[in-house]
Ligand binder design. Structure first.
Ligand code: PEP
Ligand code: MG
Length: 892
């Protein structure tokens, strides 16, 4: 019989941490904690496959599953001595989702399940606290109505606020048993009014409906968006955890909290977290009350008056802290745990690998190597390459004057400026218009996720370091300040009221400093970050593990210098055309293009020569003997000419030329499909004098740089858009001729490799023939993707997102390499090319050279290097190391 249910409890479990694919993260870790003998309330996990079954069978549950769940509940009853639906000692359940990958807050949860008009009395009697029982019942109704019946929770908030006002209470905890009982009757009434349906009293009906609702939440909008953003496959489904409830809201010896075994913001080795006395789990994350620190150190750092758990519950704190140490040592990673204290007794409700900032991830990985918990290669594999972007974030320049408008908790580091907006929708609209915004909310919820993505930074006036806003912003790597309690959001008048009554309006510019928690007025100058310390050590380990080298795509000395500082080991692509666009050069370039014969062209080219030569010399000097690949002119010539009538008139005037003549030349050069037109090596074949000038500028620069620095340049000259060997032969002959000429003139023998880009399918297919001439290949995956798919790279954006939404493709192939199609051509070309020339150098210089998944592919295909834009060099170094480690191909 199919196994739908895995049980855990009393020091043992049917599954464990290796069963994440079956039990989801939460279920697998609950089982693991039970196996470790930690205090986990007994429960069961319904496997993730049941979620797929549910959707394939018109949202029903298999019979066998229901029977297995009931068996599991019987075991829970035996262990707790309580009865599900019992008129005495009722067992209450929590029903929680838990997918293979963590999706915080994206799916639904129901707590206190099993309460009805009868069991609430029994619960009150057992606990000796009727107030607690009625409070739990109203929480259950509220959650159940929201999650299962689809009634918005705001209706209930309103009722509660009215009741509090009527009795003059400030806090929820001020309500008496009788008052809560009245709230319950109002809740049930509003359900009937709004839905025409009664609240179900049968605990079994509640159970099956809640399980179904949790499965259904796998397909809610926010979960689908989250999956898309985090590339989580839909077919994974979510598991469901059904667990005996324990109560953190049973008075002042009860509490609930969350903790990280190290500081998730800085990575410091300290127990870090928050708790609320007399509260239930969701209260902490919801940010409704501002929680207290776990440790005294934390309390002092936050300047809070409220006692820490360490002080308030010393024994329980000690036990908890020991469990945290054990969990961290067991998992060999920083853990994020949830716990509840029920009348002094500690219960562990969850553990998982904790989300952290990149800076923290770096420190934790490096510290754990020093603590001998993990190896250097493990440390390298633990940092997500794209997250390095976070380290490249700017911070506030400490030397400038700042006007602090308010402050909160520093939830996610980095600083950003932008206009104030108060809703997620506005943030999304503003981003689409290219405006930078700061999203300001009382608190955020998963519905705000779009807006949070669109914003530069996030500010909330409520909540703690583990509130939704804080957790999500850290994950996204955007600056965030939370719990800025001295500021007030006035939504009606679209303003943020600061201490002292000063108001900031929608559209006003502020700067958030997510590292200090400050909210600053206006646009504050920032400083670029420095990479050092832990980053340096980790990158050293990465470089040790890496097989491929990492080069950069750089056309200017500025790019080249930046790339060197990020550790680039050469230039993989210098697009020489970019040198022609600057300043005066464009005029000379135009003179060349507009010349009516070869003599005229040569005259203009002679003026361009010294400019190119000095550019190349500088690049060679910056690269100090590292390899530099220079590509001959690639784009069609009309790209350099004006287009509109106005531009034509302007350029004609500047060049002292007849506008009508210029118009005629522009028209004559017009192409219907320039991407597939007169460009690349085709230009060098039509106008060899252009290639000759470029070759001469390159060789003369090699001589000049070598004389200046005393270092030989490792030069590679690259011919673009080749599909026939004869094309390459023709251009290479021209390059070789110039090399001999310059060699003769300067008395120096110039060493270089001549090679080609592989960016057309024909070139890939004929690689073995092309390699007879080419001494290296560089895969131009931008054009290769364009020509393999037949999708114009400039027009793809209008329909690729539609393809992604409709599930026709998962990834944009211009961002992440299409392994099956384009990848097949690369593999084949690499293999065929090397068959002809065993030492053929292979690299990639399309945008994919900076994409971690594509870099993994390059490692597997046996390329020698990847080349990417300067800011992605560290990402590429790390991704290349991880790929080598995964392949077991480390250098040492
Ligand atoms: C390419 O096509 O991948 C490439 C690197 O060249 P460009 O983007 O300049 O066409
Ligand atoms: Mg190209």
């Amino acid at each position: 019989m199919e196994k739908w249910v895995y049980r855990f409890g009393r020091g043992q479990a049917e599954g464990g941490v290796s069963d994440v694919a079956i039990l989801g993260g939460k279920g697998a870790n609950l089982a693991e904690m039970a196996n470790l003998g930690l205090p986990v309330p007994p429960g069961l996990t319904i496997v993730a496959d049941a979620c797929s079954w549910y959707f394939q069978h018109e949202k029903t549950l298999p019979e066998a599953l229901m029977a297995q769940v009931l068996d599991g509940i019987a075991a829970m009853e035996a262990e707790t001595g309580r009865t599900f639906g019992g008129a005495t000692s009722p067992l209450l359940l929590s029903i929680r989702s838990g997918a293979r990958a963590s999706m915080p807050g994206m799916m639904d949860t129901v707590l206190n399940l099993g309460l009805n008009d009868e069991t609430v009395q029994a619960l009150g009697h057992d606990a000796g606290d009727a107030r607690f029982a009625w409070d739990s019942y109203r929480r259950f109704i509220q959650m159940y109505a929201d999650v299962v019946m689809g009634l918005d929770h705001e209706v209930f908030e309103e009722i509660l606020e009215d009741e509090k006002a009527r009795h003059g209470h400030e806090y929820d905890t001020d309500l008496s048993a009788v008052e809560w009982q009245h709230v319950v009757s109002l809740y049930k009434q509003v359900i009937e009014e709004e839905l025409g349906d009664t609240f179900p009293q049968d605990p079994h009906v509640q159970l099956w409906q809640a399980i179904a609702a949790v499965f259904s939440s796998w397909m809610n909008q926010r979960a689908m968006t989250y999956r898309m953003l985090h590339r989580i496959p839909e077919h994974w489904g979510t598991a469901v955890n059904v667990q005996a409830m324990v109560f953190g809201n049973l008075g002042s010896s009860s509490a609930t909290g969350v903790a990280f075994t190290r500081n998730p913001s800085t990575g410091r080795k300290e127990l870090y977290g928050e708790f609320l006395v007399n509260a239930q789990g969701e209260d902490v994350v919801a940010g409704i009350r501002t929680p207290q620190s776990l440790t005294e150190e934390g309390r002092l750092a936050s300047g809070s008056e409220k006692p820490s758990m360490e002080k308030l519950m010393p024994e329980t704190f000690r036990e908890f802290s020991e469990i945290c140490d054990r969990l961290e040592a067991h998992y060999r990673d920083m853990q994020d745990v949830e716990f509840t204290v029920e009348r002094g007794r500690l219960w562990m409700l969850q553990t998982r690998s904790g989300k952290r900032t990149t800076r923290a991830a770096m420190k934790i990985a490096v510290d754990m190597v020093d603590e001998r918990l993990i190896t250097e290669n493990e440390a390298v594999s633990r940092i997500e390459p794209p997250s390095l972007d976070q380290l490249l974030h700017p911070t506030i320049d400490p030397r400038v004057e700042r006007v602090i408008m308010g402050s909160g908790l520093p939830a996610s580091p980095g600083a950003a400026s932008g206009e104030i907006v108060f809703t997620a929708e506005e943030a999304v609209e503003a981003e689409a218009e290219g405006r930078k915004v700061i999203l300001v909310r009382i608190e955020t919820s998963p519905e705000d996720i779009h807006g949070m993505h669109a914003a530069e930074a996030i500010l909330t006036t409520r909540g703690g370091m583990t509130s939704h806003a804080a957790v999500v912003a850290r994950g996204m790597g955007i600056p965030c300040v939370v719990g800025a309690g001295s500021m007030r959001v006035d939504l009606r008048n679209e303003q943020l009221i600061c201490p002292g009554g000063i108001t900031l309006k929608r559209g006003d510019i502020i700067t958030l400093d997510g590292s200090s928690g400050h909210v600053l007025k206006g646009n504050v100058p920032m400083m670029q970050p420095e990479l050092s310390g832990d980053f340096g050590r980790l990158m050293q380990w990465a470089d040790k593990a890496r097989r491929m080298t990492v080069r950069t795509n750089a056309d200017t000395p500025q790019d080249a210098r930046a790339a060197r500082s990020f550790g680039a080991e050469g230039i993989g692509l210098c697009r020489t055309e970019h040198m022609f666009f600057e300043g005066e050069r464009i005029h000379v370039m135009r003179e060349m293009i507009l010349a009516e014969d070869e003599a005229g062209r040569r005259e203009a080219l002679a003026k361009l020569l010294p400019m190119q030569r000095s550019d190349f010399t500088e690049l060679f000097e910056i690269m100090h003997g590292l390899p530099v690949t220079i590509r001959l002119l690639d784009p069609p010539l009309h790209e350099f000419l004006p287009k509109s009538d106005e531009e034509i008139a302007e350029v004609a005037k500047a060049m002292g030329m007849d506008a009508a003549f210029l118009r005629r030349r522009v028209d004559a050069l017009h192409e219907f499909n320039p991407m597939l037109g007169h460009r690349g090596c085709r230009l060098a074949i039509s106008y060899p004098e252009i290639a000759e000038m470029q070759a001469r500028a390159i060789f003369e620069a090699v001589v000049a740089a070598a004389r200046e620095t005393g270092e030989a340049v490792e030069l590679e000259i690259m011919v673009p858009l080749v599909s026939l060997r004869a094309e390459l032969d023709y251009v290479k002959a021209c390059i070789d001729r110039v090399a001999i000429e310059v060699g003769g003139e300067t008395g120096m023998t110039i060493g270089y490799l001549a090679g080609t880009m592989i960016e057309l399918p024909r070139a890939a297919l004929r690689a073995h023939v092309i390699a007879e001439t080419a001494e290296f290949f560089s895969f131009g995956t931008n054009d290769l993707t364009q020509t393999t798919f037949g999708i114009s790279r400039d027009d793809a954006a209008s329909f690729i997102p539609v393809y992604q939404r409709k599930g026709i493709i998962e990834q944009d192939p211009f961002i992440s390499l299409d392994f099956d199609g384009v990848g097949e051509l690369i593999r084949l070309a690499a293999e065929r090319g090397r068959k002809t020339r065993a030492d053929l150098k292979l690299g990639i210089c399309g945008e994919h050279g900076g994409d971690p998944a594509s870099i993994t592919f390059c490692e597997e295909a046996g390329l020698d290097y990847v080349s990417c834009s300067p800011f992605r060099v560290p990402i590429a170094r790390l991704a290349a190391a991880q790929a080598a480690i995964a392949q077991g191909r480390q250098k040492n």
